[in-house]
Design a protein around this ligand. Structure first.
Ligand code: PRT
Ligand code: MG
Length: 209
């Protein structure tokens, strides 16, 4: 049995067609059935549905053989203990700084609200800017509006969320996409099964161009 960890939101939606090409279609819909372990149309593959931030943990400990996670989550988790064999090119977005549209450019000391503490620390350190980082778990956009921070570091896709809150994107930190990650022990113990899945995903991605 191969267990694949996936989060329920946009990654799941983008991953479904990719999984389907490998013959993997969940038998139940996680949005309606509340099951956390989903059997699939392949007897040898099951999905576990977890929070996006928990995917690296499940795969690292071998609770899942493989997982699909955003590069943002992998970098923040520190995923040296995982193989990352494939960029799936799904759930793409940009990790950016953003500030109030009328705020001056960053100078000197800066307060940053984000859920990406490690990435943000590294980014501002690399620029030689002293940053005080305030960890939030959501609604980062609110922070500059209520004086909690000068700017935020968050994911941007269409930019609509920023715009709706009078914020604007400033600097690109990195482009983000979702990656396939594999547990290191599973890669050895279940090599044939995992390699054949990797080959199938790769073929689908190549077809997409
Ligand atoms: O709800 P929970 O915290 O468990 O997780 P989640 O819903 O964030 O998980 P899921 O499965 O949806 O996947 C999140 C992953 O999708 C992230 O780790 C990214 O790799 C990827 N991704 C791609 C995004 C976005 N695009 C995105 N736009 N994750 C979040 N957003 C949010 C962003 O944080 C902001 O609030 O969407 C808003 C901005 O979107 P625009 O279009 O208004 O710019
Ligand atoms: Mg969500």
């Amino acid at each position: 049995m191969i267990t694949i960890a996936v989060s329920k939101g946009r990654i799941y939606e983008d991953a479904l067609p990719l999984l389907a090409e490998a013959g993997i279609t969940p038998i139940d819909d996680p949005l309606t059935c509340r099951k956390l372990i989903l059997r699939t149309t392949r007897d040898d593959v099951q999905l576990v549905i977890i929070r996006a931030t928990d995917v690296p943990t499940f795969v690292e400990y071998g609770a899942a053989d493989m997982g699909i996670a955003g590069k943002d989550i992998l970098l923040e988790h520190g995923a040296e203990s995982l193989y990352e064999p494939l960029d799936l090119n799904i759930a793409c977005c940009r990790l950016m700084t953003a500030a109030h549209k009328d705020a001056p450019p960053i100078a000197g000391r800066v307060r940053v609200a984000t859920k990406y503490v490690k990435i943000t620390q590294r980014y501002f350190a690399g620029l030689g800017i002293q940053a005080e980082i305030i960890k939030l778990y959501g609604s980062m956009e609110l922070a500059p509006l209520v004086g909690l921070s000068d700017c935020i570091v968050d994911l941007v896709d269409t930019g609509n969320t920023l715009k709706a809150n009078d914020l604007e994107p400033r600097d690109l930190i990195m482009n983000i996409s979702s990656r396939l990650v594999v547990n290191k022990a599973a890669m050895k113990m279940k090599h044939q099964a995992i390699q054949s899945l990797l080959d199938q995903f790769e073929k689908t991605l190549a077809k997409r161009g």
